[in-house]
Design a protein around this ligand. Structure first.
Ligand SMILES: Cc1ncc(COP(=O)(O)O)c(C=O)c1O
Length: 403
C-alpha cells in the first residue's frame, strides 16, 4: 500500500468500514461501475453548491458534478424550490402533464435538431430508443459506432455485436468503408466524453453527416454530455443537422433523464408503429427540475463556464509541467480531462481527494455555475499540490523508499 492510499484510508475510516457493508448487499459496493475506485469510494452524504461532504466529515470541491449533469451544482435553489412545490401535488402521472409541455417547448425552442422530443429516464434509454427509431425508419439493422465512444450502458452499444461496426474516431478516410447503404444509424459524440474528452475535428463530423445523407443512414448526434457547452447545442454551433439528437444530463436538472429529439416526420414512428413506454417517463420532478436548470443556463452563463474552463485547463497543464509530470489537458466547453500516464491515474485521483477535490477517477473534471472565480483558483492550487504529491510518490517509489 502506497503513501497516498494510506493517507486516504486514514482520512476516511468510516467510509472504509461501511465499504464492507455496502459490498455485502451491492455488487462491488456501488450502483454504477464508475463509482468504484481502490481502495474504496468515500461515502458522500451531502452536497451544497460546489461542495460535497463525506461521512467522515471531509469537504471536497466537486468538479465531477455527477458526471457533468449538475451544471448548477448541488441543491440549486431554483431547482429545489420548484421540485419541492411540485412534490406537494404528485410527481408522476400516466398522462400528459403541463410540465412535460413546458420542458419540451424549452428544448425544442433551443435545439434546432429537436423539433419534437420523446423523454426517457436516462441517456442510455434515449440511445436505445434512437436505435429502434433508426431501424424502423430505414428497415436496416447495422449501427456504426466509433472507438472510444460511449452512448450508455447497454450491450449492443458497448460491445462488438453481429449488428455493430466500429470505426476510428476523427478518421475521415475510414468512413467510406463503414458507412454504406446497409447502415441504419451512425452514433457519434461531438467529443469523446468518457473516452477522454477528445474533441472531434469538425470536418470529420461534416463528412460523416454527408456520408449518412448519401447512404440513407441516420446521423445520430449524442449530446448527452455536450448540450451544456453551447446555448443551442454543439450541433448548431458546428452547423450540423443531425437526424436524431440524444439528450440527457442537464435537461433533467439533476434528476434521471434522457430524451430523443428529431424531426416530427421521423419521430412519427412513435405515433403508432413503435411502442415505447416507461413508467417514469416525463415524471413531474424531472420535468420541473429540467425547466429550472435550463432556464438558468443562458448563453452568457455558458460563455462564462467555457471561458473559465479554458483558463483553468491551461493553468492545470502549466502546473503539471512545472512538477515534471507528463500532463496534458483536453477540453470541450466546460468539460476537461487531465491526462497523465496510466500508472499515475489513480495516484492523481487519490492525491486530489487529499487536496479536497472531487474529480472523476479517470481524470475528467467539469465546471458548474456554483463555482466562482475564487473557488476555481482553489481548484487550480489543489491540482498543483496534487501533481506535487504524485511526483513525490513517484520519486519515493523510484528510489525504493516507501517513506
Ligand atoms: C455521451 C453519452 N451518451 C450517453 C450516456 C448515457 O447516459 P446515462 O448515464 O444517463 O444513461 C452518457 C453518460 O455518461 C454519455 O456521456
Amino acid at each position: 500500500v502506497d503513501d497516498l492510499t494510506r493517507a486516504y484510508q486514514a482520512a476516511t475510516p468510516r467510509s472504509g468500514e461501511l465499504h464492507q457493508e455496502f459490498r455485502r448487499v451491492l455488487p462491488a459496493g456501488v450502483t454504477r461501475s464508475v463509482a468504484h475506485f481502490d481502495p474504496y469510494p468515500a461515502v458522500l452524504v451531502d452536497g451544497r453548491g460546489c461542495l460535497v461532504h463525506d461521512i467522515d466529515g471531509n469537504e471536497y470541491i466537486d468538479v465531477l458534478n455527477n458526471y457533468t449533469s449538475l451544471v448548477h451544482g448541488h441543491a440549486f435553489a431554483p431547482v429545489t424550490e420548484r421540485v419541492r412545490a411540485a412534490m406537494e401535488s404528485g410527481v408522476v402521472f400516466p398522462a400528459p402533464h403541463p410540465a412535460q409541455l413546458e420542458l419540451a417547448r424549452a428544448i425544442t425552442d433551443r435545439y434546432p435538431a429537436a423539433r419534437q422530443v420523446r423523454f426517457t429516464n436516462s441517456g442510455t434509454e434515449a440511445a436505445l430508443l434512437a436505435l429502434r427509431i433508426a431501424r424502423a425508419a430505414t428497415g436496416r439493422s447495422i449501427v456504426v459506432l466509433f472507438d472510444g465512444g460511449y452512448h450508455g450502458s447497454v450491450g449492443e452499444l458497448l460491445d462488438r455485436g453481429p449488428h455493430t461496426r466500429r470505426a476510428p474516431y476523427n478518421n475521415v478516410d475510414a468512413l467510406g468503408q463503414v458507412v454504406d447503404d446497409s447502415v441504419a444509424a451512425v452514433f457519434v459524440e461531438p467529443f469523446l466524453g468518457s473516452g477522454g474528452v477528445i474533441p472531434a475535428d469538425p470536418e470529420f463530423l461534416r463528412e460523416l453527416e454527408r456520408r449518412c445523407h448519401a447512404t440513407g443512414a441516420l446521423f445520430v448526434f449524442d449530446e448527452v454530455q455536450a448540450l451544456r457547452n453551447a446555448p443551442n447545442g454543439t450541433h448548431a454551433l458546428l452547423g450540423l443537422a443531425p437526424d436524431l439528437l440524444l439528450m440527457g444530463k442537464i435537461i433533467g436538472g439533476g434528476f434521471p433523464v434522457g430524451a430523443v429529439g428529431g424531426a416530427a416526420g421521423l419521430l412519427a414512428v412513435l405515433d403508432g408503429e413503435l411502442q415505447h413506454s416507461g413508467t417514469f417517463n416525463g415524471n413531474v420532478a424531472t420535468m420541473t427540475a429540467g425547466i429550472a436548470a435550463l432556464d438558468a443556463l443562458d448563453a452568457s452563463r455558458i460563455a462564462t463556464l467555457n471561458g473559465r474552463a479554458k483558463q483553468l485547463s491551461s493553468e492545470l497543464a502549466a502546473a503539471g509541467r512545472a512538477t515534471g509530470l507528463d500532463v496534458t489537458v483536453s477540453r470541450a466547453g466546460s468539460i476537461m480531462h487531465v491526462h497523465v500516464p496510466d500508472q499515475q491515474v489513480s495516484a492523481l485521483h487519490l492525491a486530489l481527494l487529499m487536496e479536497g477535490i472531487y474529480a472523476a477517477p479517470r481524470g475528467m473534471l467539469n465546471l458548474s455555475t456554483a463555482l466562482d472565480d475564487n473557488t476555481i483558483d482553489r481548484v487550480g492550487r489543489a491540482y498543483a499540490a496534487a501533481f506535487k504529491r504524485v511526483a513525490h510518490s513517484r520519486t519515493t517509489v523510484a528510489t525504493g523508499s516507501d517513506g
